[in-house]
Write a protein that binds this ligand. Structure first.
Ligand SMILES: Nc1ncnc2c1ncn2[C@@H]1O[C@H](COP(=O)(O)OP(=O)(O)OP(=O)(O)O)[C@@H](O)[C@H]1O
Ligand SMILES: [Mg+2]
Length: 248
């Protein structure tokens, strides 16, 4: 089989020998991986596999025991990364007593960006019709999109989104994945975690975690070819089955 030749761009994220303990759980015990620059990378894995912990390490929020995490050649959490990296967490701070537009305007000012950004990012996440509504009155999916709008403020080089499509209906999910694809076409690198396996097919690259280990670093076409399965969901189950068998 011929391998696709990747352009020789340095990785946007490089993780080497990462060890992380959370409470009594040894989440990572020597994790190595890289994330390609300008790519839409899906971070997939069952609940508890370490997706959010890896994301926290990449954005510099996670205390680590050992190893290196570099973003754009700088150690994760470096102050120079503040305006180059955008992050939206699984449970994040939107002010419920402010309107959508007020929330976005607040974060736009914090980022030192012009007020014209507000309309742009609200439109990008399809919330123009809700801009004047209180965040506390929004549905879960609408709230999720407010925090996504905040992540789009400025011109981040890397956008890291933890389960951005949870609670969204299929139409909105497709629209958001279209937005992610457009952003990567503009040269932005995206890392998007999900446990909805069919979203894997929208990614350029795939990282599959299981119990804190990298089970596969692949892409949608290779994933199906490697496993002989018809869809991503079954392909991942097959990879997990093989991983379990190998661990025995
Ligand atoms: N604050 C914490 N204290 C102790 N253990 C934690 C903490 N947060 C996470 N863990 C543990 O770390 C492991 C990885 O959790 P993590 O949140 O990274 O998984 P995940 O893949 O994001 O899961 P999900 O799909 O449910 O969001 C799990 O075993 C979890 O129980
Ligand atoms: Mg998580």
């Amino acid at each position: 089989m011929t391998e696709t030749v990747q352009p020789a761009r340095p990785p946007i994220v490089s993780v080497r020998g990462l060890k992380v303990k959370r409470g009594r759980v040894q989440v990572f015990d020597g994790l190595d991986l890289t994330v390609g620059s300008g790519r839409l990378t899906g971070l997939l894995g069952p609940s508890g596999s370490g997706k959010s912990t890896l994301i926290r390490a990449i954005v510099g929020l996670q205390r680590i025991q050992a190893g290196q995490v570099e973003v754009a050649g700088l150690p994760a959490g470096h102050p120079d990364l503040r305006h180059r990296l955008a992050y939206s967490s699984q449970a994040d701070g939107v002010y419920l007593d402010l309107t959508v537009a007020q929330n976005v305007a607040y974060f736009t000012r914090l980022a030192g960006r012009p007020a014209s950004e507000v309309e742009r990012v609200i439109e990008a996440v399809d919330l123009s019709g809700q801009a004047q509504r209180l965040a506390g009155r929004l549905s879960g999916g609408q709230l999720r999109r407010v925090s996504l709008a905040v992540a789009l403020i400025g011109a981040p080089q890397l956008i890291v989104l933890d389960e951005p499509t949870v609670g969204l209906d299929p139409v909105l999910r497709v629209r958001l994945w279209d937005l992610f694809t457009r952003l990567t076409a503009q040269g932005v690198s995206l890392i998007v975690s999900s446990h909805v396996m069919d979203e894997a097919s929208r990614c350029d690259d795939l990282l599959l975690l299981r119990q804190g280990r990298l089970v596969a670093a692949t892409d949608p076409v290779r994933l199906l070819a490697q496993t002989g399965q018809p869809d991503a969901e079954r392909a991942f189950l097959e990879l997990i089955r093989r991983d379990q068998a190998a661990a025995r």
